[in-house]
Design a protein around this ligand. Sequence first.
Ligand SMILES: Cc1ncc(COP(=O)(O)O)c(C=O)c1O
Ligand SMILES: [Zn+2]
Length: 458
Amino acid sequence: MPVILPLRPKHERAHLSMSWASHSNVVASLASMAIIRTMINTLTIQLRCIGCGKTFSEDEVRYYCADCGPRQGNLEVLYDLDTIKRSFNPESLKSNKEPSIWRYLPMLPLSGGFIQPIQIGGTPLYEFEDVGKDYGVKSLFIKDDGKNATASYKDRASAVVIIKAQEKGLPTVTCASTGNAASSMAGYAAATDLNSIIFVPASAPEAKVTQLLIYGSTVFAVDGSYDDAFDLCTEAATKFDWYNRSAGMNPYLVEGKKTGAWEIAEQMNWDVPDVVLVSVGDGSVISGVVKGFLEMHKMDFIPKVPKVIGVQAEHSAPLAKAFPQSTEDHVVLEDLTDAHTIADSIEVGFPRDGIKAIKYLKKVNGDFVVVTDDDILDAIKIMARSTGVFGEPAGAATFAGFVKLCEQGKLNANDRVALVISGNGLKDIAAARKAAQAEANQIPCSLEAVQKVMEKLS
Ligand SMILES: Cc1ncc(COP(=O)(O)O)c(C=O)c1O
Ligand SMILES: [Zn+2]
């Protein structure tokens, strides 16, 4: 029987989840993870500039290295992996009943308090061997992150950053977003006593804006692109001292985003796929996925790091263009002023974590593949009809990338390929209707009318 709690004022609810559920096995294991985290000690966490390599303590800097500036000077979070792996390893995870991203708490930059009882991560990984074989690879795996609390991969990052805001004692969080970062932030913030203030382009899909409104966020629908909304949000965050969760800007996002890689590896019993496809806008999700695999490899959880391939849309592909001419030390990136694609979540001309994404992908022999909007629409339909998984355009883009790589002969018959489906199809009904290319049969309520239609179809 579920326990139904009376509604309490928000300020009383901040720590409720931990005490309320502290009798369950799940929270017992969460508590023990928090103890491990505390033993490992947050002091072992450092922030390092991806540009000049300078390191900072957590208290020294909030967003990026002042010498290198945003993007060039975005920060990465470093842990003492040798110490962590003494108490956190495949064996310890076997006995951990926590079903969400918090099972990886020792690998997150949080002390373990403020966790709310809504499901973040722990999403299914399905294997479709036959579908994989149809396309000429050994097997196809689908990580369905549309199953998250607010129906996108972004929940993983928002939960971590909101808890970070609580640890820092900051009452207001803000972000600019193509839609999902915002809805995930609004959703998790709604379970806390924080205020959320959101900047989206006025063109954001209705479902995503509706999520913001129902969760009670203050929403600014900006007359401009996502990139314009981003700049406005940055200015407002500075002026009003709001904690900024915008992509690239906040170093803790990638930490939440790496948990998808941890889950894929653990769900495959650490026998990781050969290739993993991730759709790319700002480059933050893919940075997280690569970082997750790299950390697991350094800690001897996995025998190799998969090849990670970013998927970009044809008219929104600055990172795919930059990749071949860049190296791990020097990224040559030209921004786009008129990025456009049906996949609104990856419509980004000025990628805020793109330098980090390219640097990380160079470390793992990664690559990019570019797909058209028509490829994406086909992929929404074909994936839904062959697997039952319904992705929003940016989610299904990885399926489109997979098909394209198969057509280009870039995958091998022995490859086990995993696709990250980063958002649920119900997020963008207009695109899905376009993809379906079908209409309901409008009929009077009679068996005869049903028969007529069936005869036409046969
Ligand atoms: C569904 C979905 N897929 C992919 C992405 C791309 O992530 P990133 O911008 O970190 O590259 C986003 C970002 O909003 C998203 O919402
Ligand atoms: Zn720097």
